[in-house]
Design a protein around this ligand. Structure first.
Ligand code: NDP
Length: 298
């Protein structure tokens, strides 16, 4: 029997509705959560992501603004802008869209954002809190979204063998830190694979929960998956496809057609992890506003 699809679009809509409810509660206290996205340069893909973030924050009733800076912006000017936003009480969340032009060091920029406004969850203070298991920081949106997908689909992570393919700072590593915590959506036994891992399939075949974030189109095929495993595909790859008007199609890091025959649950691409990332960004922004005003988190 083919695997059940985990509907990321539907789960993301539920989270957005929860966010809108929290925004309404904040409004009753005279608080409008504010998310400021900073885009440096004119990279097409980044502009699309930033537009989607602004639109989603406005749809949730937040004050969403995007500050667009030229590609020639100096690091000093960007840091000065961040200082202004840090000091602005109407701005609860700051997100600087990556990648940045080469004259700007991304780590320096991330460290400049106040941790309590770092709704992307990339600041070392937030990464440290995640690892320690403190829940008053912010968690990187994509791995936080994956945990929501698992929990809300009724997947029991306790004692499960979880294998992650990919060790990036924005997906793989925080994913492992979340799965290993001793709470709901955690308590898993975690393995992280990367490009230096010997015999990837020997690891993926042991996984009860397999999370793939490698950026390699369809690298995980059905024969690499344990029968009955839950498969979460984070990958977003544009591959050539002459049958499409654009000449490309979007696919994940998992070969869906073979994996769906082996897994018990699987996320599609698109419509799986993708919609969760913005939903979690909105949730982080609402939390930032709640914390800034000493209001209880839902
Ligand atoms: P990175 O390129 O930063 O990291 C990729 C990781 O995969 C690295 O750790 C790399 O290993 C590992 N890797 C690459 N090739 C292999 C291989 N053949 N075997 C085993 N491991 C391998 O990517 P990101 O983490 O930023 O993103 C991963 C994917 O997720 C991309 O497709 C990206 O587009 C997508 N993504 C989707 C999001 C969403 O909202 N749905 C959000 C963020 C990312 P090493 O460290 O050794 O180089």
């Amino acid at each position: 029997m083919p695997a059940e699809l985990i509907d990321g679009k539907a789960i993301a809509e539920t989270i957005r509705a929860e966010v809108a409810r929290d925004v309404a509660i904040l409004a009753a206290h005279g608080v409008v959560p504010g998310l400021t996205v900073v885009l440096v340069g004119d990279d097409g893909a980044s502009a699309t992501y930033v537009g989607a973030k602004e639109k989603a924050s406005k749809a949730a009733g937040m004050a969403g603004q995007t500050i667009r800076l030229p590609a020639t912006t100096s690091q000093a000017d960007l840091l000065a802008l961040i200082e202004q936003l840090n000091a602005d009480a109407s701005v609860h969340g700051i997100l600087v869209q990556m990648p940045l032009p080469k004259q700007i060091d991304p780590d320096t920029v991330i460290r400049h954002i106040l941790p309590e406004k770092d709704v992307d969850g990339f600041h070392p203070v937030n990464v440290g809190k995640l690892l320690i298991g403190h829940t008053d920081g912010f968690v990187s949106c994509t791995p936080a979204g994956v945990i929501e997908l698992l929990v809300r689909s009724g997947v029991d992570t306790r004692g499960a063998e979880a294998v992650i393919v990919g060790r990036s700072n924005i997906v793989g590593k925080p994913m492992a830190a979340l799965l290993v915590q001793g709470r709901a959506g955690g308590d898993a036994t975690v393995t992280i694979c990367h490009s230096r891992t010997r015999d990837i399939a020997s690891h993926t075949r042991r996984a009860d929960i397999l999370i793939v974030a490698a950026g390699r189109a369809e690298m995980i095929t059905g024969d690499m998956i344990k029968p009955g495993a839950v498969v979460i595909d984070v990958g977003m790859n544009h591959v050539p496809d002459a049958t499409k008007a654009k000449g490309t199609r979007l696919c994940g890091d998992v070969h869906f057609a073979s994996a769906v025959e082996v897994a018990s649950k699987i996320t599609p691409v698109p419509g799986g992890v993708g919609p969760m990332t913005i939903a979690m960004l909105l949730r982080n922004t609402v939390r930032a506003a709640q914390r800034a005003h000493g209001l209880a988190e839902a």
